[in-house]
Design a protein around this ligand. Structure first.
Ligand code: 13P
Ligand code: SF4
Length: 304
């Protein structure tokens, strides 16, 4: 065990070089994990990078569905998830069996599935989406009626930005769902000058209060270009680290102290070190699921 995180960092860098590994981290990961990563980003950027890299090993610092997506895109690479128990409660709110039953109960229509979902569900879907491209994906379909799974809040947001009829799945992110109008009013009263940014996983009434609705990377881009100096962040608190790092002269306030995803905080430097040393916790999607899931993910990536 190292008491000094600098020793972990040095050893992780050496091991990553030896293993020809790239370290990817989601914007919600703890600061020390984001700081050691070769690339940080939102779900869409990380899947694109996973597809593009010529590294032999991908250490995915995020949650299980993200590592699965990387494995779907890069079956020849070893995808390691430093903590196998880092899951996503929203992704657990849908199964292939339940989706099959829902599809049978509706007239034939395309199924758009948020990447926060199991590989088996992607395999049954027409196309995937992320919070960064959901509106683009919905509007790219020629059909007037669609089923969007598993996030009902993301689906309601997409419906508000489109003329299409969107059927919902009753899933949600418990972290974003916990944000209330009272929370936002309280922080706004303390910081009336601040711009309020909300993630589309928040409830509709929160999105109606927001000055800007964006994915995590959308928020990073918006803040970098903004002339305002203060921002209320309506998403998981991990995003405040890259926001503050890139904008040291601006101020950031979390919309609520409930906005912490336990799963995104599981990975520590010791986990990254151990998984690179032992090459364990590989995430691999079986070929009969991977092939149809890849079609849905590639259709999304092809939209740009
Ligand atoms: P994005 O980074 O794609 O906005 O995703 C948010 C999220 O909840 C990932 O789990
Ligand atoms: Fe899942 Fe929400 Fe955590 Fe993202 S923040 S991993 S959607 S539980």
């Amino acid at each position: 065990m190292h008491s000094d995180s600098r020793e972990w960092v040095a050893e992780i860098k050496t091991l990553a070089r030896q293993r020809k590994a790239i370290i990817l981290a989601h914007n919600y990961e703890p600061p020390e994990i984001q700081d050691i990563a070769d690339l940080c980003g939102d779900s869409l950027e990380l899947s694109r990078q996973a597809a593009r890299t010529d590294a032999e090993v991908i250490v995915f610092c995020g949650v299980h569905f993200m590592a699965e997506t990387a494995s779907i895109l890069s079956p020849e690479k070893r995808v390691l998830l430093p903590r196998p128990d880092a899951g996503c409660p929203m992704a657990d709110m849908i199964t292939a069996e339940a989706l099959t039953a829902k599809m049978a109960s509706l007239p034939p229509m395309p199924v758009i599935t948020y990447v926060n979902s199991p590989a088996e569900v992607k395999a049954l879907s027409t196309v995937c989406c992320t919070s960064a491209n959901v509106v683009k994906v919905v509007n790219s379909r020629p059909e007037d009626e669609l089923l969007l799974t598993p996030d009902r809040n993301l689906a309601m947001y997409a419906a508000s930005q489109s003329t299409k009829k969107i059927h919902l799945w009753d899933g949600f992110c418990p972290i974003h769902e916990s944000l209330t109008t009272e929370d936002v009013n309280r922080v706004r009263a303390d910081h009336p000058e601040a711009v309020f940014l909300a993630h589309p996983e928040c409830r509709p009434e929160i999105l109606r209060m927001a000055d800007v609705v964006a994915s995590t990377s959308g928020m990073l881009r918006h803040v970098a270009a903004a002339k305002e100096r203060a921002f209320i962040i309506g998403t998981e608190q991990g995003l405040i680290h890259p926001l503050q790092k890139a904008n040291p002269d601006k101020r950031f306030y979390s919309a609520s102290n409930k906005l912490i995803c336990k799963d995104m905080k599981k990975i520590g430097l010791a986990d990254v070190h151990r998984c690179l040393k032992d090459m364990d916790n590989e995430v691999k999607v079986p070929e009969h699921i991977r092939r149809p899931a890849l079609k849905a993910v590639e259709q999304m990536i092809a939209l740009g």
